[in-house]
Design a protein around this ligand. Structure first.
Ligand SMILES: O=C(O)CCC(=O)C(=O)O
Ligand SMILES: [Fe+2]
Length: 385
């Protein structure tokens, strides 16, 4: 069956509303219409948060507020983390060695869509609304790996330590973010530690002509993402003015951005930022691009009910009935449901038919990729007459 024919048969759900701007995603997926900023002086906000907890209360609040506002307004911020620089460099070296193996050897580590830990070959992941799969190979290092690659030899001990180190930073930043969002009690509970942290190693091959997009425009699926400096540039964020802005990671800094879960938890107060990876063909650098990224999530069973202060802020100019209706679209699912819904949309998770129906009822499968539409066509409704 041709994907286009399958698409025609699918009943597209009527309510792609709320903050994930489906129109914008479609526009971006159609690509080319959005220009890339040529303003090389433009950079993302940079923070040194190493001493936040030692600051007097007023200064602490001020810094945390600036950090939170920057995440809300710009979407991506840089955080000074010189203590991680050597590890980040080594992580890139190990990542390059790992992906230097033959496809046959890499496939020994394939997770086979039974979870995320391990290797994902090219073509398995399609961003919501995108026309074709991302041009990348990835490997997820998780806290409970069922098995580890044999090569390179130091992969396991190094990556366990790397996950811990990046995880420690993400826990701290999450604490500041929750404080900013008025959730001090949650920030100081053990909920953050109980959440999930995983590192994704990625290899983006040298692009062929006309095929520069390594990762199509997307919002991250998790709550907080830490992006250490990659082996070469390519990351771009979509500004509020509607332009792609190349993200340059200053030396000794890491980049932070927020994902889908925060959209829901803040009732759209922090919308998240669309971003993509585009590889310039640089005649002086004919190597693939390598990146090592930490994704942090709140615990799987955490309910995505908007935080009180955010809900109040977002509905303060609404009538009680409008406010009720606006808020009713949030909070019916858990972190895990949300993740499974998005992974299913992207073709990275194969739920049973029963699970597919459950996730769809929760409104979590809104923008299935064409491959997913084809696979689950029998559940997506009959062809329109
Ligand atoms: O490779 C990068 O720089 C970013 C990749 C990304 O956005 C992702 O994996 O979610
Ligand atoms: Fe991303």
């Amino acid at each position: 069956m041709q994907p286009a024919a399958a698409k025609d048969r699918v009943q597209v759900p009527g309510t792609v509303t709320e903050f994930r701007n489906a129109e914008l995603i479609a526009k971006v997926a159609d690509a080319k219409t959005i220009s890339v900023s040529t303003d090389t002086t433009r950079t993302i906000p940079c923070f040194d948060l190493r001493n936040v907890d030692q600051l007097p209360p007023i200064e602490k609040t001020k810094l945390i507020t600036e950090f939170g506002n920057a995440l809300r307004d710009v979407g991506f911020v840089a955080v000074y983390a010189p203590e991680l620089a050597a590890k980040i460099k080594q992580a890139l070296e190990i990542t390059e060695q790992y992906f230097g193996q033959s496809e046959e050897d890499l496939m020994k580590d394939w997770h086979n869509n039974k979870g995320q830990s391990g290797y994902s070959p090219k073509g398995l992941e399609t961003a919501a609304g995108a026309k074709k799969p991302d041009n990348k190979k990835t490997f997820f290092v998780t806290e409970n790996m069922p098995s580890w690659p044999n090569y390179p030899q130091n992969f396991k001990p190094f990556m366990q330590d790397y996950l811990q180190s990046l995880g420690k930073l993400s826990n701290q930043l999450m604490r500041y973010l929750l404080t900013y969002l008025g959730e001090e009690e949650l920030a100081n509970s053990n909920v953050i530690e109980k959440g999930d942290r995983r590192v994704r190693l990625a290899m983006y091959p040298i692009p062929q002509p006309g095929d520069a997009v390594g990762a199509a425009a997307h919002f991250d699926l998790n709550s907080l993402t830490v992006l250490p400096k990659p082996s070469r540039p390519g990351l771009q964020l979509l500004t509020k003015e509607g332009e792609w802005l190349p993200v340059v990671v200053p030396d000794e800094y890491v980049i932070i951005n927020l994902g889908d879960i925060m959209n829901k938890l803040t009732a759209g107060y922090i919308k998240g930022t669309l971003h993509q990876v585009v590889l310039e063909n640089d005649p002086n650098n004919q190597k693939p691009r390598f990146a090592t990224i930490l994704f942090a999530s709140l615990p799987d069973d955490f309910k995505l009910t908007p935080f009180q202060k955010c809900a109040e802020l977002m509905t303060k100019n609404m009538t009680p009935s409008d406010a009720g209706q606006y808020l009713s679209q949030f909070g019916n699912e858990t972190v895990l449901d949300n993740l499974l819904g998005r992974l299913t949309e992207m073709g990275s998770f194969d739920p049973s038919d029963e699970e597919f129906i459950r996730l769809r009822k929760l409104g979590l499968i809104k923008e299935p990729s064409e491959a997913v539409q084809t696979k689950y066509a029998h559940l997506l409704g009959p062809a329109p007459k």
